[in-house]
Design a protein around this ligand. Sequence first.
Ligand code: ADP
Ligand code: MG
Length: 367
Amino acid sequence: MKVVLENLTKRFPNRNRKGDDVIAVNNFNFEIPDGKLIGLLGPSGCGKSTCLSLICGLQRPSEGKIFFGDEDVTDLPPENRGVGMVFQNYALYPHLTVRQNIVFPLENLKGDQKMTKQAMEAKAMEAAKLVQIEPFMDRRPSELSGGQQQRVAIARALVKTPRVLLLDEPLSNLDARLRLQTREEIRRIQTETKVTTIFVTHDQEEAMSISDMIIVMKLGVIQQIGKPQEVYDDPVNLFVAKFLGTPPINVFTGTVKGEKLYIDGSQVLDVPGVSDQEVYVGIRPEGFILHDQGSFQVRFGAVEVMGRDISIVSYSDASENPTIRSIIDSSNKVEPEGGIIRFALKPEKVHLFSKETEERIRVTRNR
Ligand code: ADP
Ligand code: MG
């Protein structure tokens, strides 16, 4: 089921009645294709949960419309939308068993949707199998680990075969290893059920790793929509560039003069098509090449071995971050001379941004 948002906006009155309204979701327009997993990504407070509650019907938009397929669901109550929702804190009923928790949404069905006990049982078992929780059907939530509880919550959201599955930071309460495992599980379940899914997270790695498409937002405004790799390789502004990637992109102040880029007074790259101006220069950690004639000079700090790769920590007065991180193949020898190391730069890993607007400045390559 495709999901279409049209001019979707949600305003909240400012709590202390002074100042402007908070625009939690600001004029969203996008279409989620049928059967895809979309990562809705942004820092805390940017409006992710509000967007999900609008789609699921727990809140009404101030403006705009929501469609599931061709059906306008903007005025439908949540129970008639056919959505499954999973929250960060699982929200299971503590006094009910796993089985009873999963069956619960089916028991309230009315009219011709009403199910027999056996049919409900069969549906619950099917959902439990899908999330691999069937050995624990008679336990209570308190007798399960966090990861298992979250599986029950997912089974409960799936039991009515929703048209759309909404997951709001479903992994936040899990420890690091379980987070990794559970996110792969979610991807598997989504691929098996082919249910259109929106996965909300503030963790860029999580969103990048399992999403068909990511939507990056900031302060209620969509910044960029695209495949994870495309957004990483081709960010539209400095915010998106900084938000994606670990270690994060290295940001420097630089100057463009005569289609050459200067950092710290050294000419480091040709930037054809860019007019003379002050810029922010974003260099991905993998954009550095150790080179004894390299024109980009930094003060050497330390080498951190990471197995396949090594990470070089260095410093520069032109750096916006306290340290510069570059990731290079471990076959390289790092030999600073007089405390200085020299890099050449991979042009496709270097992005320029306007100092005023922080918007991307495009370089005309292959001219
Ligand atoms: P996120 O899920 O990305 O952390 P939220 O959607 O929860 O962000 O919140 C977005 C913004 O809307 C925040 O500034 C938050 O304070 C505000 N907000 C959310 N819910 C309400 C509400 N019920 N009343 C007033 N402001 C709210
Ligand atoms: Mg939230």
